[in-house]
Design a protein around this ligand. Structure first.
Ligand SMILES: *Cc1c(COP(=O)(O)O)cnc(C)c1O
Length: 430
């Protein structure tokens, strides 16, 4: 499979310069500089519609896990398409509000919600707090009582299934910090049901990220449904079942199921188990944005030593942390063909390590990549729409990259490049 086939954003009209939708990437680099994140509206909409159409006619909500990419313009787009949001901080709730999106379809996940964050979420009438511990339940009840409010809750259970993914992004095993152990869930629900300022409305789980198989979801679902049944027997009736996010994308040679395949398998299992009437919720992140974004970067220097060829580019680990953090693979393509080749590798291809300028040996973006490169060339780093910009930092006093959204021939700057003045302000204003 070539990138053009799995990466809907990139096109190569007439085998020449790479485009994002109808816009040449060379034009974007000239206009906005590099490094720049480029997103495709068509790819974002298509990824969302894959979920929405699979759930058409069902009582179901899609909560975009916005930690994946929380640019206000993307939130607005997903909000307009009908999405709610899965947040993990008060700051993310403020982004939802700043984007002009509704807060009544927000679910609040995370193990460490502060009292201030709970207060903010209660003020704005979110749909549900996804609780992760007894202490959190007690705190939420107290905060809600102090405001004269009732907090809607779901318990995040840890179904102890192996998501068969990278240990850093697996969350549904006993040794992970996430969720409430299965055997502790029932007593926690009993306690929640008896608290005056808590309303039990749901149950949720999220077993990991970059899942490429359906079976762990079904294993988790079976366990969660056992619990739903046990709760029903005690007259604790749940209105919704939230299966989290986690569906993987193709970075290299993975073959994750399509959203429609995953959802139809889940719907079928619910039907078989007699829970066809339960309202569903999903919290997809990566699968909505990952392959709708690239990071556009320029080759500053080519450097050769006896062991290696290095291409030093102007993007770095502070812009895209995933390779340094998880040894993640991001495919890369040359933006302009050299020597008449359409792939950019027709002349004198060599194996390069693609590295950034940050002073860390861990600052690499790709290893042993075949490229025919010259200084000044542009490279598109693929599958960078998820956990790219949101994990970016200012390490080495580097301003964060610009972000642009492409819609056909139309280009919108959706975040300007950060300046050094932006970075210094918080220290100079004191
Ligand atoms: C991160 C996260 C998600 C989204 O995960 P993806 O793998 O990006 O789909 C959903 N729910 C919760 C609770 C999360 O922490």
């Amino acid at each position: 499979m070539t990138p053009d086939q799995y990466f809907p954003l990139l096109t190569t009209p007439a085998g020449t310069i790479r485009h994002a939708e109808a816009v040449p990437l060379t034009q974007l680099a000239a206009q906005f500089g590099t490094p720049t994140y480029v997103y495709s509206k068509a790819a974002l909409v298509a990824a969302y519609q894959a979920y929405a159409s699979a759930l058409a006619g069902k009582r179901a909500t899609i909560h975009y896990a916005m930690k994946t990419n929380s640019n206000l313009s993307l939130l607005r787009l997903f909000g307009e398409l009908g999405a709610g949001f899965d947040i993990v901080s008060g700051g993310e709730l403020q982004r939802v509000i700043a984007a002009g999106c509704k807060t009544d379809k927000v679910v609040f996940s995370g193990v460490g919600k502060t009292a201030d964050e709970m207060r903010l979420a209660l003020q704005h009438g979110i749909k549900c707090f996804n609780l992760e511990s007894v202490s959190e339940l007690d705190r939420l009840n107290a905060v809600a009582a102090s405001m004269g409010k009732i907090a809607p809750i779901s318990v995040r259970v840890n179904p102890d299934v192996d998501a068969k993914t990278h240990p850093y992004i697996s969350t549904g095993l006993k040794e992970n910090k996430f969720g409430v152990a299965f055997e502790d869930a029932l007593p926690l629900y009993r306690k929640a049901a008896a608290l005056p300022n808590i309303q039990v409305i749901g149950i949720d789980c999220h077993i990991g990220s970059q899942l490429t198989e359906i079976s762990p979801y079904l294993d988790a679902l079976d366990k969660v449904l056992d619990l739903v049944a046990a709760l029903r027997a005690e007259n604790i009736v749940l209105h919704h079942l939230d299966l989290g996010g986690g569906l993987g994308i193709r970075y290299q040679d993975e073959t994750p199921p399509a959203a429609s395949e995953l959802i139809s398998a889940i719907l079928q299992r619910l039907e078989v188990r007699g829970f066809g009437d339960l309202e569903l919720a999903f919290e997809p992140g990566r699968s909505l944005v990952g392959n709708a974004g690239i990071l556009l970067t320029k080759v500053e220097y080519l450097k050769h030593n006896s062991a290696k060829n290095f291409a030093v580019v102007d993007a770095a680990m502070n812009d895209l942390m995933r390779p340094a953090m998880y040894e993640a693979f991001h495919d890369m393509v040359a933006v302009q063909p050299r020597n008449g080749g359409s792939s950019g590798s027709a002349g004198n291809p060599q194996s390069y390590d693609i590295v950034g300028p940050v002073c860390e040996s861990g600052d690499w973006l790709g290893r042993n990549r075949e490229f025919d490169l010259a200084e000044g060339d542009l490279i598109a780093i693929l599958s960078a729409g998820a956990y790219g910009m949101t994990m970016a930092s200012n390490y080495n006093t580097r301003g964060r990259a610009a972000e642009v959204l492409v819609d056909g021939e139309q280009v919108t700057l959706i975040r300007r490049r950060e300046t050094v003045e932006d970075l210094l302000r918080a220290e100079q204003e004191i």
